[in-house]
Structures are given as C-alpha cells and as structure tokens.
Design a protein around this ligand. Sequence first.
Ligand code: SF4
Ligand code: SF4
Length: 106
Amino acid sequence: MPSISCSVVSCSYNKDHSCNAHVIQVGGKGACECSQTCCGTYLDCANYSDLAQYTDNRETVEAILCRVDTCAYYGNDRCMLDSIQIGATERVNVYTETECQSFEKK
Ligand code: SF4
Ligand code: SF4
C-alpha cells in the first residue's frame, strides 16, 4: 500500500507528518505544475478535530486516487507511485492551498 508524507499538519488526517486517511483524492486535471494540484481529502482540524487519533497509526493508505492526467505517474485515475509528498505549508485554510509535490509533467 502506498504511503504519503505530508507537511500539512492543519489536516485532521495528519499524524507526525504522515497521512492516515484510508484513501486520498488528488485533484488538478490538466495541471502544468505542482501548485495547480491539490489534496481534495484535506479536512481542517479546526472544524473536524484530530481524526488521525482514532486510526491505528497505519502510515499507509489503501489508494491514491488522482485526476491529474498530465502527470507522468498518472494511470487510470490512480497514482502509480508507492509514496508521494503532499505540501506545501504546515497550515492551510482550504484544500486548494495544498499540492502534490511529487507531480512531474509528462
Ligand atoms: S492534506 Fe491530504 S495527504 Fe495530507 S494528511 Fe490531509 S488528507 Fe492526508
Ligand atoms: S505524483 Fe502525479 S499521479 Fe501521483 S498523486 Fe501526484 S499528481 Fe497524481
């Protein structure tokens, strides 16, 4: 199962800079650079508390779903990498301020 290193500690799914969601959805169809991608699964911990505290410290996710068809690692609405990096800052207000830093233009 893939793992996600994530710097966005304001997300409810973040635990020690790893993602503890079951599945994430990366968005940014047609993106040309990292800043045009985002993690659509982001949940602000100010509104949703710390969901990661209820997980088993998995440090892996079941799947990385992705809409970024312009990325070299995209295949069939999924990411083909075993691990990715989500960022870019520690605290964001909305999911569109996150980005997939593993994006590589085809
Ligand atoms: S922003 Fe996305 S990758 Fe990061 S912890 Fe939240 S759901 Fe996981
Ligand atoms: S590396 Fe590419 S295919 Fe994988 S999640 Fe990021 S943008 Fe999507």
